[in-house]
Write a protein that binds this ligand. Structure first.
Ligand code: SAH
Ligand code: SF4
Ligand code: F3S
Length: 437
């Protein structure tokens, strides 16, 4: 009889890729992917970056009670960042006694043993481990679900302890993967015809800082770019304190490395950046942006936060003026959310109504800039890597420019995975519309 699994993934690309590894393990165990209603195993791969994420996950786990009542043999597992938070394992168990397995961010590769345990002993399996520097587990089977793009971890964890952020507490310290392992994985993915590789790390620029092997992020990029064949290389996320001109020069001179840089600024105010423990100033950030802008056609994107403790109108104005100066092609904007155990949660908080006003203003500004930059594409012909069909429109495909812009155009799905030239005819806020040349 067939057995089925369903993985509900929350949070960042790191989690998306972890879910591909969990899927790989479950596929190897003979399970097949299914809708949540049909699953024998339901895995929640969780995120705790903001309270909104946590609330949503709590709600969705709660909904499972009904399924579990109908079929008590369903196995429910909660893994990922949320389970690593202090006291969370107990809280989850208390609120949702039907959970069978709780695992963390560094031991989920043992989910197969955990499932065997539950099947055999019919007893709760909880093992969240926190180690500062857990061993990197290689050779986990990966069931990739990301189409033409393949995610590749280059490092795990974070050492930065930005004052607002929970990640270092739930993902441990920085650990870099061996360069050879990264290069081998990429070569094998390109052999399998993946057309885009995205390197993953919380701060890719500090790659190999934890090792004494002479490697750096710049050297890694150089070596990947040398691999033969046509493909696109992307990476995320960069930290401005470690981003340097050497990386800019490598990107500019390597046709395989996309001219898109995601460089989260968080705030435009030096006072707030200091409180955030970001370790760079507005001036330093803008200097890097000037270097980056020497790359032809470059797309620059960012993460920006409003409402950090003590943020004044002037601090917020500094963020707006930075956004105007940089002109990001797109940005993820967030309202600061206090996270228990982080230094910022202990600072003087500002009222929700002010946070709301600020986020509305910031989003409006960024949308205006995004629209303006979109207009600049009209009339240009851009190479697009075709990713998928656009389910909302008949006969329509979508893909991205090297700079990261989404482009829609008419075409047959046999083009998925190919590079095509598209003349841009129309722009609708963040997305572009064109026709094949
Ligand atoms: N490592 C990456 C991304 C980490 S999380 C980096 O350093 O940029 C992604 C984004 O979530 C962050 O860039 C930040 O803007 C936002 N974020 C992190 N903690 C947050 C919090 N407590 N409240 C609101 N947004 C937060
Ligand atoms: Fe969080 Fe800062 Fe680390 Fe990014 S660099 S994961 S924002 S602590
Ligand atoms: Fe969330 Fe963990 Fe990523 S907290 S943003 S899933 S590293």
């Amino acid at each position: 009889m067939n057995k089925y699994y369903h993985i509900a993934t929350y949070g960042c690309q790191m989690n998306v890729h972890d879910s591909e590894k969990i899927a790989g393990i479950l596929e190897q165990k003979g399970y097949k992917a299914s809708k949540i209603e049909d699953a024998d195993i339901i895995v929640f791969n969780t995120c705790c970056i903001r309270e909104t994420a946590e609330k949503k996950i709590f709600g969705n786990i709660g909904d499972i009670k009904r399924l579990k009542k109908q079929n008590p043999s369903i196995i429910v597992a909660v893994v990922g960042c949320m389970s690593q938070q202090q006291g969370m394992q107990e809280l989850l168990k208390k609120r949702f006694p039907f959970i069978d397995i709780i695992m963390g961010t560094t031991n989920y590769h043992k989910i197969s043993q955990a499932i065997d345990h539950v099947l055999l002993i019919k007893h709760y399996y909880g093992s969240v481990v926190y180690e500062e520097k857990p061993e990197i587990i290689e050779d986990v089977p990966i069931y990739r679900t990301s189409g033409v793009n393949a995610w590749v971890n280059i490092m795990y964890g974070c050492n930065n302890f930005c004052a607002y952020c929970i990640v270092p507490y739930v993902r441990g310290r920085e650990r870099s993967r061996e360069p050879q392992k990264v290069l081998d994985e990429i070569k094998s993915l390109l052999d399998k015809d993946y057309k885009e590789i995205t390197l993953l790390g919380q701060n890719v620029n500090s790659y190999c800082n934890d090792m004494d092997n002479g490697w750096s992020f710049a050297r890694l990029l150089e070596n990947i770019a040398k691999i033969k064949g046509k493909f696109r290389l992307r990476f995320m996320t960069s930290h401005p304190k470690d981003f340097n001109k050497e990386i800019v020069d490598i990107i500019a001179s390597s046709p395989n490395i996309c001219n898109h840089i995601h460089l989260p600024v968080q705030s435009g105010s030096n006072r707030i950046l200091k409180l955030m423990n970001r370790k760079y100033t507005r001036e330093h950030y803008l200097e890097i942006i000037d270097h980056i802008k020497t790359i032809p056609g470059v797309g620059i994107t960012s993460d920006i936060m409003v409402g950090f403790p003590t943020e004044t109108d002037q601090d917020f104005e500094d963020t707006l003026s930075l956004v105007k100066q940089v002109r990001y092609s797109n940005a993820f904007t967030f309202v600061y959310s206090p996270r228990k155990g982080t230094p910022a949660a202990e600072m003087e908080q500002i009222p929700a109504s002010i946070k709301k006003q600020r986020i509305t203003k910031l989003v409006a500004l960024q949308n205006k800039i995004t629209r303006e930059i979109s207009q600049e594409y009209i009339g240009l012909t851009k190479e697009v890597l075709v990713e998928d069909i656009n389910p909302k429109f008949e006969n329509t495909l979508c893909g991205r420019t090297e700079s990261g812009r989404l482009v829609n155009f008419e075409g047959n799905k046999s083009l998925i995975g190919q590079f095509v030239d598209i003349k841009i005819l129309k722009a609708k806020s963040a997305s572009l519309w064109g026709e094949r040349q």
